[in-house]
Design a protein around this ligand. Structure first.
Ligand code: 1HE
Length: 263
């Protein structure tokens, strides 16, 4: 199986920075193109994050975040294998989106095809000015297979995704941030620092709040309004009954917690 193929260098590396798990795609010579080994390594890593991790950052080594699916492996698959391959991606990216900690994607250079699918499975995207977004699947005669058809329209809407796939439109960083592909836009070379800053802050939230944001919010978004409101009532009451929530609210009432500052 691909996971047992020996490799000279691990395709994904994990480094703990305090309570933030820093995850690096390490295949720069192939622009971090995602072959089966890399997808399996990502799944394995997110399923087994160290217990002390409270947030994560993912970024790519080299000039680009990620060139998407490794197209050299596509040629060998028949239709049935294609279904299993797509499902493998789904399970790996699901481990990111509905895993244990919020994940911030630090983007630069190409964020294309499956690279954009990977970025959309993260909870926050930080782009630097060198970032560009595209879905070349449309012009390569294929289709998204890593959850992009579900996640990307939630960020930018069906019309914009259709445009990207039909015309091969490339969004630069400014345009990408404007349409919702990224939530932050920072100078070239600083997306990793910004992502680490955000993750460090996220890591100080009550874990139950982070969990509710990751697991309840996307489900509520898919529920009918009446069900969504009911789920919200359940989750908010569970979150606020945690001792940590009570302590945080008390600290504010006693003037010991930070006020919200004007932006
Ligand atoms: C690759 C891949 C790849 C680079 N699969 N090998 N994704 C795409 O259609 C994007 C294809 N890639 C590109 O358009 C460009 O490579 C980039 C814009 C990302 C970067 O350009 P550049 O000039 O920095 O690098 P390069 O010279 O094009 O690539 C360097 C090497 O990486 C080269 O191999 P080499 O052996 O000749 O050095 C490239 O062949 C290789 N490489 N990208 C395989 N994607 C779950 S379904 C998802 C479906 C998709 O993602 S489809 C979209 C795939």
């Amino acid at each position: 199986s691909p996971s047992s193929t020996p490799s000279v260098q691990a395709p994904v590396q994990l480094e703990m920075r305090g309570s933030v798990a820093l995850i690096r795609l390490c295949r720069p010579s192939k622009r971090n193109a995602l072959n089966d080994g890399l997808i399996l390594a990502l799944r394995d890593l997110f399923q087994n994050l160290p217990k002390e991790a409270r947030a994560a950052v993912i970024h790519g080594e080299g000039e680009h975040f990620c060139a998407g699916l490794d197209l050299s492996e596509l040629q060998e698959r028949d239709a049935g294998e294609g279904v299993h391959h797509s499902r493998l991606w789904h399970s790996a990216l699901e481990c990111i989106e509905k895993g244990t900690v919020p994940v911030v994607a630090a983007l630069h250079g190409a964020v294309v095809g499956g690279g954009l699918e990977l970025a959309s499975a993260c909870h926050i995207r930080v782009a630097d000015e060198s970032t560009f977004f595209a879905l070349p699947e449309g012009t390569r005669g294929i289709f998204v297979g890593g959850g992009g058809s579900v996640r990307i329209p939630k960020l930018i809407g069906v019309a914009r995704m259709t445009d990207m796939m039909l015309t091969g439109r490339v969004h630069d960083a400014v345009s990408g941030e404007r349409i919702g592909l990224a939530q932050y836009l920072v100078p070239t070379g600083s997306s990793l620092d910004k992502a680490l800053e955000l993750a460090t802050r996220i890591a100080t939230n009550a874990p139950l709040t982070n969990y509710a944001l990751m697991h309840a919010l996307p489900r509520i978004a898919e529920q009918p309004a009446d069900h969504g409101l009911f789920t919200e009532a359940l989750i908010s009451s569970i979150a606020q009954s945690a001792p940590e929530a009570k302590a945080r609210v008390r600290a504010f009432l006693e003037g010991k917690a930070a006020k919200v500052q004007k932006a």
